[in-house]
Design a protein around this ligand. Structure first.
Ligand code: CAA
Length: 387
């Protein structure tokens, strides 16, 4: 029995900031961002956008035409959670009119948790192939303004329908795993921006690539030359390039194969920025949407990394139906349709104070998406459709 992704789609925010604006504000050479970290722009949330509205927007597309009663589990992966107790997925569940006879849970382990949710979804479907599981990975990456992490912000959500009829990608059972307790990137409860030891985080990521690969091979996984493509968690696209150079050395493939395996997987991230839990799957969509070739039967490798730190390396094979499930046009429209803002507007949005206690605190309108965060009323977050 094949298990995997039946449908997959992404959403991003309504605003975008060109990294030349950040370079000018920081007094940096724009090439440091465009070439050195491999990023051109980053998605910025409008005042009434958050992970719930982004997640719901992505999920709406993969739910179109589905029998919603088959979806009995909803897994929401994020490290930009909106509440310490209630799952962001429960708000989304109502907005989407999902089956009340379902379980809804939020997952957290930095940028890794989308993969954790995907693996649990596969196990649930293996137990009952009649069921489908909705997995949503959504994040808004936030570092302090003026910090070295600032140009590596961004935002996106990816929704995946996991089932025993995987029209897009059949996921293979072997995984390479690696966990170590380190402080490379984290966000204490009292902060809305991450703390990062930048150079150390890059080293920790590359170490995790190596160790996850070694475990993958020890578990009986394929040789590197058997992969047509490789998708990475992309805090910035150059990190994926560094990751794959490390893997190519471990796996013994030549430079031509190495470069071909990464082709088309970086295009979306370069303009969206880091989307934490979603970014690995943004890489998959970038490949599926951008490659001119028929990818049917191609094996794709995936490296998922969540600081702190957990790594997982696994593989999937593209299925004959993947083109019938394509949302390429909508993805391009979402990316190209973002409104450019200047550094001053970005800074104003970035420095807006956190939501305050009690009372009625409506949010300024701004999203072009189908759902909005209307504000806080009596400590509760209020979400509504935009039309
Ligand atoms: N032209 C071309 N390249 C230039 C350049 C120029 N004018 N100026 C600098 N560069 C290059 C540098 O040589 C460097 O490349 P190498 O790494 O290949 O040497 C690159 O641009 C970046 O320059 P610096 O190292 O000087 O940049 P920095 O110290 O200001 O910040 C960063 C870089 C550490 C990645 C920082 O952006 C950061 O902290 N980002 C957040 C942390 C992060 O994303 N870590 C990734 C691993 S952790 C993870 O994956 C989880 C997650 O999602 C966060």
């Amino acid at each position: 029995m094949k298990l995997g992704i039946e449908d997959i789609s992404l959403a991003t925010t309504s605003l975008v900031l060109d990294l030349d604006e950040v370079a000018a504000a920081q007094g940096a050479d724009p090439d440091k961002f465009r070439i050195g970290i491999g990023q051109d722009s980053m998605s910025i949330p409008a005042p009434d956008e958050d992970v719930v509205t982004l997640g719901a927007q992505a999920a709406q597309r993969v739910l179109h035409g589905q029998d919603l009663s088959a979806i009995r589990t909803v897994l929401f992966a994020t490290e930009s959670g909106v509440d310490q107790s209630k799952s962001a997925g429960v708000y989304m569940h109502r907005l989407l009119g999902l089956n009340p006879n379902a379980r809804v849970i939020e997952f957290k382990q930095a940028c890794y948790s989308g993969t954790g949710a995907l693996q649990l979804a596969l196990a649930l479907v293996a137990r009952n192939p009649e069921q489908k599981v909705l997995v949503v990975a959504a994040d808004i990456a936030r570092y302090d303004a003026g910090s070295s992490g600032e140009p590596t912000q961004g935002a996106a959500a990816v929704a995946m329908l996991i089932s025993a009829t995987p029209d897009v990608l059949a996921i293979e059972p072997v995984s390479g795993l690696y966990t170590q307790d380190i402080m490379d990137f984290w966000r204490p409860n009292y902060r809305s921006t991450a703390i990062v030891d930048g150079r150390y985080s890059i080293k920790a990521y590359l170490d995790s690539v190596k160790q996850s690969w070694r475990d993958y091979r020890a578990q009986g996984g394929h040789e590197l030359s058997e992969f047509d493509h490789f998708c990475y968690h992309q805090p910035f696209t150059r990190q994926a390039v560094k990751g794959h150079a490390t893997l190519a050395r471990e796996g013994g493939v030549d430079a031509e194969t190495r470069d071909a395996q990464l082709e088309h997987t970086l295009d979306y991230n370069r303009v969206l920025g880091n989307s934490y839990t979603a970014s690995l799957y943004v890489g998959l969509l970038s490949l599926l949407d951008s490659s001119p070739d028929d990818l049917t039967g191609h094996r794709i490798g995936f490296f998922s990394y969540g600081s702190g730190a957990v790594g997982e390396l696994f593989a999937g094979v593209v299925q004959p139906g993947y083109r019938t499930r394509s949302h390429r046009t909508e993805h391009r429209a979402a990316i190209d349709g973002r409104t450019p803002i200047d550094y001053a507007r970005y800074f104003e949005l970035h420095e807006r104070p956190d939501d305050v206690d009690g009372g009625d605190h409506p949010r300024e309108r701004g999203t072009t998406g189908p759902f909005r965060f209307a504000g806080v009323r009596d400590h509760g977050r209020v979400y509504e459709p935009t039309s």
